[in-house]
Design a protein around this ligand. Structure first.
Ligand SMILES: [Zn+2]
Length: 380
């Protein structure tokens, strides 16, 4: 932490970071536009390392995933874009500057392609989206699973790769041992095509997922609510990042991932909102961090690392974002807080004063109008 610090930004890139007195006196700082952040915290923008931003869509009144897939087919691409864009804007207001986004329409190529195209159109504006293709095998498909995987490997993945619409191939874990060979085939093929890999391990017995993940050098294993302390040690040993989602228990069964065991064993933990428009519409990384402290026993410093640089590593973009260092993109926040420790208790509040992405403000805190001179009122 730098008390009375400054950053110098040019063309969207951090040029210098250090004590104000030094940075202000640099020749390069002459003529710079000054943004006063006195009394406030300046920190890296949040990296939300796990979201389901566009799927399942809002407004479905059933739990079955076929209804969600149908909703993707029925909605126009424009409508899906407008809805998703509204969530993206809300994320920016709460300080997220980079977010991973998963598909997960099951084995429906049309719906998958449509979602990925929507995410592709929204990829850079105003925050950075990192799309992941999420393979979800529908239940009861056991007999046809290998066949389905062959189709995914031979047709779907290469198509997605050619279009460049997804960086990661993710896998919705199922602990049925009969599926292990299918999953191994999928991960091997995806890796060969150049995808980064992830495992979405929200179910019971994630032990085999960790084994497969280590074998295929996954970028992260996510959820892990059912992991034991000894499995946590194994994950740490394998140097796999775990992306934890402490707001999950609002919609889940109250289980918590063993964050303390993971960190104490030397593992790297990232954080994500696990946002989805259907039944988990919570996108505030500040709330996620407060829950990581309150429920997972993480310190606020650990939560900040998890919500910034570790998240960037989990998304394979730590060379560009995730920390305030010369050479990195100027993705930063100015918080209405005198100390970063305030984030530990920021549950359901928004401390963000300014959000900057690539050196440009994508959000500025608005004023509350005095009632007397209220020009905003529609009827006077
Ligand atoms: Zn998830």
């Amino acid at each position: 932490m730098i008390q009375d610090g400054a950053v110098l930004i040019r063309d969207g890139i951090l040029v210098e970071v250090g004590p104000s007195r030094r940075v202000e006196n640099l020749a390069q700082a002459r003529g710079a536009i000054e943004i006063n952040a006195a009394g406030r915290v300046v920190m890296p923008g949040f990296i939300d390392a796990h979201t389901h931003l566009a799927f399942p869509p809002a407004g479905i009144h059933a739990e079955d995933s076929s209804a969600a897939v149908r909703a993707v087919h029925t909605a126009t691409r424009q409508r899906l874009e407008i809805r998703t864009r509204a969530y993206i804007d809300a994320m920016a207001r709460h300080g997220t500057t980079t977010a991973e986004v998963k598909t997960g329409c099951g084995l429906d190529a049309g719906a998958e392609a449509k979602l990925l195209r929507v995410l592709g159109a929204l990829r850079d504006e105003p925050l950075e989206l990192i799309p992941s293709f999420l393979l979800r095998l529908p239940g009861g498909l056991n007999g046809g699973s290998l066949q389905a995987i062959e189709w995914v490997v031979a047709e779907l993945l290469p198509k997605i790769r050619r279009r460049g619409v997804s960086y990661f191939a993710d896998l919705a874990w199922d602990c049925n041992p009969a599926l292990l060979a299918c999953f191994d085939r999928y991960m091997g093929a995806a890796r060969q095509l150049g995808f980064g890999l992830k495992i979405h391990a929200d179910g019971e017995s994630p032990g085999a997922a960790v084994g497969l993940g280590a074998q295929h050098h996954v970028a992260s294993i996510d959820h892990m609510e059912h992991a034991t302390a000894s499995l946590a040690a194994q994950v740490a040993q394998a140097a796999i990042i775990t992306t934890l989602l402490p707001s999950g228990p609002f919609s889940g069964d109250g289980r918590e991932a063993p964050a303390r065991a993971l960190i104490d064993a030397g593992g790297a933990v990232a954080l994500g909102s696990n946002f989805n428009p259907h039944d988990s519409p919570m996108f505030s990384m500040q709330t996620v961090m407060a829950l990581a402290c309150g429920r997972l026993g993480m310190s606020v410093e650990e939560a900040i690392c998890a919500a910034t640089i570790n998240g960037a590593h989990a998304l394979g973009c730590a060379d560009r974002v995730g920390s305030l260092e010369p050479g990195k993109t100027a993705d930063l926040l100015v918080l209405n807080a005198g100390h970063y420790g305030d984030l530990e208790h920021s549950l359901g509040t928004n401390l963000v004063h300014l959000t900057m992405k690539r050196g440009k403000f994508i959000y500025k805190e608005g004023e509350v109008a005095p009632l007397e001179t209220n020009d905003f009122a529609p009827h006077r």
